[in-house]
Design a protein around this ligand. Sequence first.
Ligand SMILES: O=C(O)CCC(=O)C(=O)O
Ligand SMILES: [Fe+2]
Length: 314
Amino acid sequence: MADSIPTVDLSPFFGEGDEDGKKKAKEVISQACSQHGFFQIQNHGVPLELLNRALELSKTFFGYSDDVKRISSHGSGAPLPAGYNRHPEHSPDKNEYMLMFPPGSGFNVYPQNLPEFKEVLEDVFSHLTKIGSLVENIVNECLGLPPNFLKEYNHDRSSDFMAALRYFPATETENNGITEHEDGNCVTFVFQDQVGGLQVRKNSEWIPVTPAQDTLVVNLGDVIQVLSNNKFKSATHRVVRPEGKSRYSYAFFYNLQGDNWVEPLSKFTKEIGETPKYRGFLYKEYQALRMRNKTHPPAKSEDVIHITHYAITS
Ligand SMILES: O=C(O)CCC(=O)C(=O)O
Ligand SMILES: [Fe+2]
């Protein structure tokens, strides 16, 4: 099927040898990244029981009353408010979520009455951080960058974050869960329950990312698109809410520390005689602009800041 999201077996990357398996996996990943920036991974090393337990626990947590759920750490200095959050009533994004930063970062808040949630979230976070590093390394190779280039460029893990999400059932009149967008970071990992609703855009078509128990969804973010001067795409995606039931998912953002400078690398510009498609920027400035989109949504949708804000149009 031409229009489905490829699933890649990562097992060759967990052992020595199997160069052929690695090569094939990288070919599929390179193609997916240059077309739309989305693929799925299998045999990624995160135990299935852990992922399922995380989904069960978030379901339990979101089922609590608002009084119990409303734990958050506004004003603690975290880049985003950790803990429980819900979009304001007028927002088109109809979901609630629980946000966390790296275990031990000091920003995190957890429900007192569900101690296992903290344990499981921290365990999932650590696993996904490892997968983040592995996939970043594979992307590094797919882009033909010097060994460990991205690892060294993006060595600070303090800005990674994860959200447990619950999307409310669609109503008769609307079903938007998350409006179409690209992620700003490097690489995002999603695991979802069996309900479905995540979609990725390829050209003008929306392709459903069909849930599969043992897979993680991977999508590239704006940082990789800019560094590669559009060779690899930041995936445009959205969530459509199902009717009659809630959808639960987790999104893990393998991020970039805010003081990093982001600009097209010379490998994709000077060295091949291409002009840069973006001007350089400090990552935290872009993050602040994206944050403003959320806290002070512009009246016109064309005024929402995307990575095109830094695009050089000749
Ligand atoms: O819940 C999902 O499947 C995707 C979430 C997402 O796209 C995001 O949080 O940026
Ligand atoms: Fe996203």
